[in-house]
Design a protein around this ligand. Structure first.
Ligand code: NI
Length: 190
């Protein structure tokens, strides 16, 4: 198991749609293990494959350390599809490992139902609410090339312009390895 560098805001891969996974090979198993390792090392609660440079519809979630996520086991979600969303929405402050040090409140449906494949490619139907629904929606967005910033108003995004420009140049300190868009090589932490 090893950590992977996280692609920062400004990398084209974060705007691309991930492709469905047709089978789980040793390569996918390794990717999933590395994604958990990367997420845990970076103190994240969710990570999508795009963020580590793979256009595969795979995401991992671990909210078990959060008060609101107690008792919810770490999840591997493959080829997710949201089937329904509640009309009721809630607001929650989100962050993203690809957009370090930026946190903004985002409105999203409070409940969703989805289907996805587990690590054995067995189809699972899930009804989620609260923090689990929140993280699932954020990560499924990633697989569709969407960032939480895309849900903000123009005014809020304008206010973040300076910060985002710095991130996209890699002018930011992180506790984990990153890939800045203007550099082709992963930037190793010192
Ligand atoms: Ni994110």
């Amino acid at each position: 198991m090893s950590t992977l560098p996280v692609y920062l805001y400004g990398n084209e891969i974060l705007k691309k749609k991930a492709k469905p996974v047709s089978e789980i090979t040793d390569g996918e198993i390794e990717l999933i293990k590395d994604m958990f390792d990367t997420m845990h090392t970076a103190n994240g609660i969710g990570l999508a494959a795009n963020q580590v440079g793979e256009l595969k519809q795979i995401l991992v979630i671990d909210i078990s350390d959060m008060e609101a996520g107690k008792g919810i086991k770490p999840l591997v979600v493959i080829n997710p599809e949201i089937l329904s969303e509640s009309d009721e929405e809630s607001e929650y402050e989100e962050g993203c490992l690809s957009i370090p040090d930026v946190r903004e409140k985002v409105w999203r449906p409070e409940k969703i139902t989805l289907k996805y494949c587990d690590i054995n490619m067995k189809e699972v139907n899930l009804e989620a609410d609260g923090i689990l629904a929140r993280v699932l929606q954020h990560e499924i967005d990633h697989l569709n090339g969407i960032l939480f910033l895309d849900h903000l108003t123009g005014t809020k995004r304008t206010l973040l312009r300076g910060k985002l420009s710095k991130i996209s140049k890699g002018e930011i300190e992180t506790q984990y390895d990153v890939v800045a868009p203007k550099k082709l090589k992963p930037k190793k932490k010192k």
